[in-house]
Design a protein around this ligand. Structure first.
Ligand SMILES: *[C@@H]1O[C@H](CO)[C@@H](O)[C@H](O)[C@H]1NC(C)=O
Ligand SMILES: *[C@@H]1O[C@H](CO)[C@@H](O)[C@H](O)[C@H]1NC(C)=O
Ligand SMILES: *[C@@H]1O[C@H](CO)[C@@H](O)[C@H](O)[C@H]1NC(C)=O
Ligand SMILES: *[C@@H]1O[C@H](CO)[C@@H](O)[C@H](O)[C@H]1NC(C)=O
Ligand SMILES: *[C@@H]1O[C@H](CO)[C@@H](O)[C@H](O)[C@H]1NC(C)=O
Ligand SMILES: *[C@@H]1O[C@H](CO)[C@@H](O)[C@H](O)[C@H]1NC(C)=O
Ligand SMILES: *[C@@H]1O[C@H](CO)[C@@H](O)[C@H](O)[C@H]1NC(C)=O
Length: 887
């Protein structure tokens, strides 16, 4: 249980969250928010819940459906209505009338049958009562105070008591039903005043809020206007940057190319400097390295001329070393390479013009397009602003022109008058309702009186019952019970036809109203009858527009009006006011934006003054290609660089020498050779390592220059032609782009107007003067008529009718039962059963029965075979014929 509740809560919460999330969703940019039209709060809830008595209402509806199951006879009603109208014009035809009457009779047959039964009841009940009374007075019809005793008397008595009790209970239920219907109607009618007042309040809200709503619509023009103004103030960023972006697709890459070249120039200069410096270093260093290596060669040669070298075993080593001597020499010879001083000087000369700066200026000129646009459109912006003010004042004056104030003043006056008129009627309603209530109470009291007699009679009869008493010896209480029952019977005869008359009239009226008004209102068939073309006015197709606008062709029906108002749409939609006052004509966007469009025609942004790169800068680029860097023989440089500093690696040469020395016997030679090895290592460390570094720098720079200068003239030409194209675009094609972008910009602005006008239109249709109160009035009338009055009336006759019908069994049973309660004047005498002695009781002083008894021969003595069934309980003094109402 808890789990389910929790789940439910979770789902509810989930829904709420989803809902709020969807409502939080941001509207797309450029969507204006006009807020909510202030709307009055209508307080009437035209909805009725009958409560427990609804069960009775339902019962009655079911009964009515049984009596009259036919569907609503829309065609018949329409024809009858048309016939009636023609009758007024005296042109009706008889046969058609008869057909209609027959159809009506067929439709009403259930009512007619029931009503006929009622009429029979009303006519015959008094007659029967009269006859019965007279019959009893003549001692017939059970009027004789004699009871034949039968074997099953006790059983019959008990049976009658039970039946009468049940019948009385049913009658009680009926009278309670009638009473509660009566009470319900009085209670509900007390609420009518409240309902009426709340309807009037809603109508006043409806009327009073409308001007404020129209004013709100007019004022919201400012939202659109402010948005347009803010866009106009930002025309630079908005329009300018769009133009900038469009042009930038070509302009920016061109400028980037120039900027790249400018960087390349600077780096070229740097690389040339590196080349120049490192070449000088290398030339000097290789020269001195060569000198040192030659010297070392000579010294090593001297050492090898040592006599120790000629001794066997050593001589081979010495000769090995001697063979490698020539390897001690430089490899790369930089002295033949040309220097790059002229090229460097040329490049430096070119670099005197600060190309980067010029390019930056080009960038900033181009990036200032928004500013340029803003400056060139100031007059247009101010022009549009003044147009906006014009439109604003037009809208305000237009909204003032709508003659709402006058109409509303009249309507308000009319409303107040109607309200006071209606309020005058409340006391009258109260007064008549009181009479009605009293009348119904009296009617209920009639039934209650009969019931009282019945119940008291039953009570007394049952309490006073004495098992041993014979009919002539019954006690006083029992006798009183019998008399009370007979009194009830008397009153039943007196009242029943009156009750049935009331029931019949109420039934015919209430039942038909329920069937012909309330039910068809529920399924709107009533509106369809009203909306039948040419019904109310034979010259008008639709009555409502004919009446309101003198134009019966408009498709405005009561049903549509009611449905639209029920959905709380605006009165403009509900009454299709566009037929007399078509706001669409006033809300055409072009009316308002024509002038704006005209002004935008004159937008003329001129970018022809924009210069991306001047001629000097272009010449500068061309000069760069002519600095000679293109024709430097880079391969010669690279060939030398790749050669390496020395012919052999000096370190391995030294290591090798040392290894050879180790092979020799220890001595001076070995030491001398080791000394040479270390001096070669020294040369390597001191001279070769720095040389290698310088060569690496040269390598880098030369390779950079080679890369930069390869295809340089083409690159420069491409950049220059790109710049020319961009410049051409700005000078010649920009106006096209500007026109296109201006149009887009303008359309955004016109979009604001469109949004505003659409919003106004929608608000007028859906929210301004939401006409729920109109539907509420109809619903209120329906509730009062059907739910309050007709349902109560129907329940009343239903209850009362039930009572009245059950009065018949009540009468019969009461009469029969009274015989068992009342003290009889005489009783049966038995002869064939000894235990019941024949006995003659004389009661009272009238002597009537006495005489009677003596005057008739005892039939027991002459037992007649034809009284076959009576042989065991022959009648002593019963009348010869048995009346219907007899024992
Ligand atoms: C020039 O030499 C310096 C120092 O060796 C080095 O950092 C720089 O990258 C070189 N420039 C070029 C363009 O090779
Ligand atoms: C380098 O080349 C120059 C010019 O050809 C020449 O005079 C010089 O001897 C060479 N140096 C060496 C070590 O070969
Ligand atoms: C405003 O109204 C006047 C007169 O009705 C009209 O001449 C003018 O064109 C309107 N202005 C705009 C912007 O609609
Ligand atoms: C308002 O009522 C007055 C008098 O009843 C009438 O002269 C006037 O025309 C009405 N105004 C409107 C807008 O119906
Ligand atoms: C109202 O005007 C709009 C546009 O001018 C038109 O489409 C519409 O049919 C008109 N409505 C009526 C009822 O005349
Ligand atoms: C010169 O530079 C290139 C690439 O940077 C490299 O592959 C080459 O080994 C270098 N040569 C020398 C001798 O450093
Ligand atoms: C510039 O305009 C010419 C002719 O008006 C057209 O052929 C060309 O494509 C345009 N260029 C650009 C980049 O729009």
């Amino acid at each position: 249980m808890m789990g389910k509740a929790g789940l439910l809560l979770l789902m509810l919460w989930g829904c709420t969250v989803c809902g709020s999330q969807t409502s939080m969703q941001r509207s797309p940019p450029g969507t204006l928010d006009f807020g909510f039209v202030p709307s009055g709060v209508y307080e009437t809830h035209a909805y009725f819940e009958p409560g427990p008595i609804g069960i009775l209402f339902h019962l009655v509806h079911t009964f009515l459906h049984v009596v009259q199951p036919n569907p609503f006879p829309q065609d018949l009603i329409t024809k009858v209505a048309q016939q009636k109208l023609r009758e007024v014009k005296q042109e009706y035809k008889k046969p058609e009338n008869i057909v209609l009457t027959l159809q009506a009779i067929y439709y009403e047959i259930g009512f007619i049958v029931c009503a006929s039964l009622g009429v029979l009841f009303v006519l015959f009940m008094p007659l029967v009562g009269l006859c019965f009374c007279m019959c009893r007075c003549c001692d017939n019809c059970g009027g004789e105070m004699h009871q034949r005793q039968k074997k099953n008397a006790d059983c019959r008595r008990g049976c009658f008591v039970t039946l009468l009790f049940l019948t009385s209970l049913i009658i009680s239920a009926g009278v309670l039903c009638a009473y509660s219907a009566n009470q319900n109607l009085s209670t509900q009618l007390k609420g009518v005043r409240k309902l009426g007042n709340s309807n009037f309040r809603d109508l006043k809200t409806f009327v009073n809020d409308t001007p404020a709503q129209i004013e709100y619509l007019a004022n919201q023009y400012n939202t659109a206007k402010n948005k347009v103004i803010s866009d106009l103030d930002n025309i630079g960023p908005l329009l300018g940057s769009r133009i900038h972006a469009q042009l930038g697709k070509e302009v920016l890459p061109a400028l980037d190319g120039v900027l790249g070249l400018a960087g390349a120039m600077r780096e070229t200069k740097e690389a040339l400097e590196n080349v120049s410096v490192s070449l000088e270093v290398l030339q000097e260093a290789t020269d001195s390295l060569q000198v040192n290596l030659i010297n070392e060669q000579a010294r090593l040669s001297n050492t090898l001329n040592d006599p120790a070298c000629s001794s066997p075993g050593v001589s081979t080593t010495c000769s090995d070393i001697r063979r490698t001597l020539s390897q001690l020499s430089i490899n790369a010879n930089f002295s033949t390479l040309p220097n790059v001083d002229t090229e460097l000087a040329n490049v430096k000369n070119v670099l005197k013009t600060d190309l980067s700066n010029i390019v930056q200026k080009g960038y900033s000129t181009f990036n200032d397009t928004p500013g340029l646009v803003k400056n060139q459109t100031t007059n247009i912006v101010s022009g549009i602003k003044s147009i906006l003010d014009d439109i604003g004042s037009n809208i305000t004056s237009f909204s003032k022109q709508i003659p709402v104030q006058d109409i509303l003043a009249n309507v308000t006056l009319y409303l107040s008058q109607s309200q006071s008129y209606v309020e005058d009627y409340y006391p009258v309603i109260d007064k008549y309702d009181f009479y009605r209530w009293m009348g119904c109470i009296v009617v209920c009291c009639m039934v209650a009186l009969i019931l009282t007699f019945n119940f008291l009679g039953l009570l007394c009869g049952t309490c006073g019952y004495d098992k041993h008493a014979s009919p002539t010896t019954r006690g006083f209480i029992s006798n009183t019970g019998g008399n009370l029952l007979m009194a009830g019977v008397g009153f039943s005869f007196l009242f029943s036809w009156v009750l049935m008359l009331i029931v019949m009239i109420a039934f015919v009226v209430g039942g038909n109203v329920e069937k012909l008004v309330c039910e068809p209102f529920g399924n709107r068939a009533l509106f369809r009858v009203l909306d039948t073309p040419y019904l109310i006015n034979p010259y008008w197709k639709n009555f409502l527009p004919g009446f309101l606008y003198q134009n019966p062709e408009i498709d405005l029906t009561f049903e549509k009006l009611y449905s639209n108002c029920k959905e709380n749409k605006g009165i403009y939609t509900a009454l299709q006011l566009d037929n007399i006052f078509n706001i669409s004509n006033y809300l055409d966007t072009s009316i308002y934006t024509k002038d704006v469009v005209d002004v935008f025609e004159f937008v003329n942004v001129n970018l022809s003054d924009m210069v991306l790169l001047d001629a000097k800068a272009k010449q500068n680029l061309l000069n760069f290609t002519n600095t000679g860097i293109v024709s430097i023989n880079y391969d010669a440089y690279l060939a030398e660089i790749n050669k390496g500093v020395t012919k052999v690696d000096l370190l391995s040469f030294a290591n090798n020498l040392e290894a050879q020395a180790d092979k020799l016997p220890k001595g001076a030679l070995e030491n001398a050779l080791k000394g040479h090895a270390s001096s070669i290592r020294f040369i390597h460390g001191q001279q070769v390592v720095p040389l290698e570094q310088a060569m690496s720098t040269l390598n880098q720079s030369i390779r950079f220059l080679q890369r930069t200068t390869s295809d340089l003239p083409n690159k420069v030409n491409n950049v220059i032609s790109a710049i020319d194209a961009a410049q051409n675009l700005i000078t010649n094609n920009a106006s096209l782009i500007i026109t296109l972008e201006t149009k887009k910009y303008m359309e955004v602005m016109i979009g604001y107007f469109k949004q505003y006008l659409n919003w106004v239109k929608n608000s007028m249709m859906m929210e301004v003067a939401a006409c729920k109160p109109v539907a509420n009035i109809v619903d209120t009338v329906e509730i009062v008529t059907c739910s309050f009055v007709v349902d109560s009336l129907n329940t009343f006759w239903f209850g009362l009718g039930c009572c009245t019908v059950f009065l018949i069994p009540s009468i019969i049973i009461s009469v029969k039962l009274a015989k068992f309660f009342r003290r009889m004047d005489s009783e049966d005498v038995y002869d064939d059963i000894e235990t019941i002695p024949m006995k003659t009781m004389e009661i009272g002083n009238n002597g009537y029965h006495n005489e009677h008894l003596h005057g008739i021969q005892n039939p027991v003595m002459t037992s007649i075979p034809s009284y076959d069934t009576m042989t065991r309980f022959p009648r002593a003094s019963a009348p010869p014929r048995q009346a219907e109402w007899g024992d």
